[in-house]
Design a protein around this ligand. Structure first.
Ligand SMILES: [Zn+2]
Length: 438
């Protein structure tokens, strides 16, 4: 536990000398330093933020004080792209080649044999406990929705979502290759499952199949008919000829699609010629499509060839997209599965790695939205800042500036929910046998 916070059990206390991003506070709370941070005192009362003032201007009637001495306090994170149904299977389904094809094979084999409702539920539960402990308030997961798995996984999703309501807001989107959109029986199954258990989000993996436009038409039409949003896995490859992103943006413009669209990966965009890239980015901006980059997973999977050192980080053109006005964000993606051997649904880790891999720095404050406000917009969720009336849901770190924040993992952070500190993440031993993960 963070040594600065020792007021567990008090219902009224002051977080004194908290360093907070100005954009997370009510306007003009206090002068900003050169990183966009301000020093504030935050009064917590009965689980809510009661008052936020410049540091030192009030004694708050002698309320007990936790002295943070200028350490950074963050609001909670939102994680817009994950795969909770695959998470933590690495010990029983490794991917020794470390590449995309190896991952597809390993997951398909494990899914066919092991993904019972109980297995999926236990791993998802472990994921939510982990993300919650790290300070995440909302997660969108993709759910492998193919063959018999569709009817196994979706009831589990709904059950987990209900159990976690109020702690972690869980959204789910179905995942299947775009060619399956052309299979009427498959789509009827998807529609039936989403009607009962879904989150109002339809999705697929898009690649350059000959009937791409037709497949997109099916998905857009169904989403329009139901009032659903769309979420695609897009061009996750090093092939510059992978241009399904443009097809999605053009379909959205042409149809005047009324819902939200989030696209993930878009790796190939960053390898295309500047003209081509620019035209696609303009279409994405015009269509109002949001883009999520998955820096840890993409760097792991892309440009991997045995015996050859990788030259490319695998990530999409995040800076160019942001410059064009596109809502951009970063997220966890896979965790300890054949697509990514590491990770822990820790958005502070994702942010730290994102800063390094994608240069989301100088100024840091400009990019802080990629782990909160940008995913909130894409997920259709409201987030308020650290302001009076909001729940006292805060992450207390040991860092006093951004270089300290991004230099250590801050495993000792204190996450407050409703003003009370949370337990640390669960022990790995809790997902051992009988799932064959020991
Ligand atoms: Zn993904």
């Amino acid at each position: 536990m963070n040594p600065q916070f020792s007021l567990a059990g008090s219902s009224r206390f002051v977080l004194a000398g908290a360093r907070v991003l100005a954009s997370h506070l009510p306007p003009h709370t206090a002068p900003e330093d050169r990183e966009g941070l301000v020093l504030a005192d935050v009064l917590v009362n009965d689980g809510r933020i009661a008052e936020v003032l410049a540091a030192g201007v009030s004694q708050f009637d002698g309320a007990p004080r936790a002295s943070l001495a200028g350490r950074i306090v963050l609001p909670l994170f939102l994680d817009a792209h994950t795969h909770l149904d695959k998470a933590h299977i690495w010990p029983r389904a490794p991917n020794p080649s470390g590449d995309f094809e190896g991952a597809m094979r390993a997951v398909a084999q494990d899914r066919a044999v092991r993904w019972s409702a109980k297995d999926v539920a236990r791993r998802m539960e472990f994921c939510l406990r982990t993300a919650y402990a790290h300070g995440t308030a909302a997660i969108r997961t993709h759910i492998d929705s193919i063959g018999a798995q569709t009817r196994i996984s979706w009831p589990v999703v709904a059950e987990v979502r209900d159990r976690w309501r109020g702690r972690v807001d869980l959204q789910a989107a179905p995942l299947f290759l775009i060619e399956f959109a052309l299979d009427g029986a498959h789509m009827a199954e998807i529609e039936a499952m989403l009607d009962v258990y879904g989150s109002g989000i339809l999705g697929a993996v898009t690649t350059m199949i000959p009937r791409l436009k037709e497949g997109l038409d099916v998905l857009f039409s169904l989403a329009e008919r139901k009032g659903w949003d769309l979420d695609f896995h897009v061009d996750e490859s090093a092939d510059p000829a992978a241009r399904s992103l443009r097809a999605i943006a053009e379909a959205a413009i042409e149809r005047g699609f009324p819902g939200r669209i989030l696209v993930g990966h878009c790796c190939s965009l960053s390898l295309q010629g500047e003209d081509e890239q620019q035209r696609t980015i303009e279409a994405v901006a015009k269509a109002g499509v949001s883009v999520v980059s998955l820096p840890m997973c993409n760097m792991f999977l892309q440009d991997r060839r045995h015996g050859r050192t990788p030259r490319w980080r695998g990530v999409t053109a995040v800076h160019e997209l942001k410059e064009a006005g596109v809502n951009v964000m970063i997220a966890s993606d896979n965790v300890r599965d054949p697509f990514y051997a590491y990770g822990d649904l820790d958005m502070l880790e994702v942010w730290r790695e994102g800063v390094r891999i994608l240069h989301l720095d100088y100024p840091f404050a400009d990019w802080a939205s990629v782990v909160r406000e940008a995913p909130a917009a894409a997920m259709g969720l409201d987030v308020s800042g650290i302001r009076p009336g909001a729940d006292a849901d805060l992450i207390l770190t040991g860092a006093r500036n951004f270089t300290e924040l991004f230099s250590r993992p801050h495993e000792d952070r204190t996450v407050l929910r409703g003003g009370a500190p949370l337990e640390p993440p669960p022990d790995y031993a809790e997902i051992d046998a009988p799932e064959g993960l020991a």
